[in-house]
Design a protein around this ligand. Structure first.
Ligand code: DNO
Length: 404
């Protein structure tokens, strides 16, 4: 595995030096400041490459931009409306520009409107640190009482509706605003932040788009970009829905192994791959992460390794972001499956035998609590996760393993 780290650019509160001290080997970043749908020009790409290649004292960092996360897919493409064809053409031009800059792994998602969704960005844990959490009844309180989405109440069972009413009634105005901000904060670092009325407007546009329709739009997108990506030697990798179930009545189509299987079968090419995010997918008990890695591993181009603790047995339920080795996913089994996939690739002579991984998210611990970094992307919490994951991988590959 290649140990990478997400960096949000020069304004990231977690520095390049911190990354080096964490033992990172490569960088995951994006041009968050460019509006979705626009071309990523060669100039903008090379500027970011220069920014991460040099430390503030002018010495080389010896780090390179390995993975794009994300080259975002516009709402126009997802809905096949307005300028969507221009956006697809721009997307291909951005791929060409990235390829000529030597960047070949491209993560994106196909979630309508909102990217990852949480109700709490700083949920206090018993050890005094904090983590992100998704509380389903609190989310329902937002949906039914704050957003007041027509028909929302029918999407929840009675017990959740009752809890949601109590949660809403107990909230003050400031808490309601914080909840709204947390839920609509969307992609960290992205130019898009949604107000309540934006969300209502966007939601209305999906009224006539079923899950099947959205999937068709996704496959149309793949049919157009994958041949170009293949020619350029790119590895496209779709990030799963987070959480992996539908929210706000919106369709979600990348939540399960079956969804991924359909997508890779739809346009069968090595350029059409997967970002296996154990944290997003792990919020559903019916997603078997080590098994998914075994079965879909040949198309996994990027790994997000983290863990969540589910708080209920329901498919749609509450969870919080656990420590990397805590939570519901057996991280040792998952890493064993990753290492055996890499072994397989070596045998086949594949040049992509070292799969880029990043320690995804982290709890805010120690000095993280004062740093105010991007939600989910603290320095020490991620360093701890990376160190633990690296330890497992090292142990699994040690000569003595299997001999005693
Ligand atoms: C959250 C991230 C996601 C991810 C996008 C990829 O922390 O994992 O925002 O970057 O979904 O397109």
């Amino acid at each position: 595995m290649k140990q990478t780290w997400r960096w949000f650019g020069p304004q990231d509160q977690v520095s390049l030096e911190a990354m080096l001290q964490a033992g990172v080997e490569g960088v995951v970043t994006a041009l968050h400041h460019l509006p979705t749908g626009d071309v990523w020009s060669r100039n903008e790409i090379s500027q970011r490459q220069r920014e991460l290649a040099t430390l503030p004292d002018g010495t080389p960092s010896n780090l390179a931009w390995d993975v794009v996360e994300s080259l975002p897919v516009s709402e126009a493409i997802k809905k096949q409306k307005g300028e969507w064809r221009d956006h697809v053409a721009n997307y291909i031009t951005s791929l060409e520009n990235l390829s000529s800059a030597g960047i070949h792994t491209i993560c994106y998602n196909f979630m309508p409107i909102l990217d990852w969704t949480r109700t709490d960005l700083n949920w206090r844990l018993s050890h005094g640190g904090t983590c992100m959490r998704f509380d389903f009844p609190t989310f329902a309180a937002f949906d039914i009482h704050i957003l007041q989405r027509p028909g929302a109440v029918e999407d929840y069972d009675e017990a959740v509706v009752e809890k949601a009413a109590k949660i809403h009634a107990a909230m003050g105005e400031a808490e309601r605003q914080t909840l709204t901000r947390n839920i609509t904060s969307g992609l960290p670092g992205a130019a898009e932040h949604f107000s309540l009325s934006d969300v209502r407007e966007h939601l209305a546009e999906y009224d006539s788009i079923s899950a099947d329709q959205l999937r068709r739009h996704y496959f149309d997108f793949l049919e157009q970009i994958v041949p170009a990506a293949e020619k350029l030697g790119m590895r496209m990798c779709c990030h799963p829905d987070d959480p992996p179930f539908d929210l706000l009545g919106l369709p979600r189509i990348m939540s399960t192994e079956a969804d991924y299987q359909m997508a890779i079968d739809a346009v069968d090419s090595p350029a059409n791959g997967i970002t296996l995010c154990s944290g997003s997918l792990g919020a559903r008990a019916d997603n078997d992460l080590p098994g998914m890695m075994q079965r879909l591993g040949h198309r996994v181009h990027f790994l997000h390794l983290r863990n969540v603790q589910r708080e209920t047995d329901d498919i749609k339920g509450s969870f919080y972001e656990a420590e990397h080795l805590g939570g519901g996913t057996d991280m040792v089994a998952l890493l064993a499956a990753v290492l055996s996939q890499e072994q397989e690739r070596r045998k086949l002579g594949r040049t992509d035998h070292s799969i880029p991984m990043r320690p995804d998210h982290g709890q805010d611990i120690l000095d993280d609590l004062q740093r105010n970094s991007q939600p989910g992307y603290p320095a020490i919490g991620r360093l701890k996760g990376l160190a633990e994951l690296r330890g497992i991988a090292t142990a699994l590959q040690h000569d003595s393993v299997g001999t005693n």
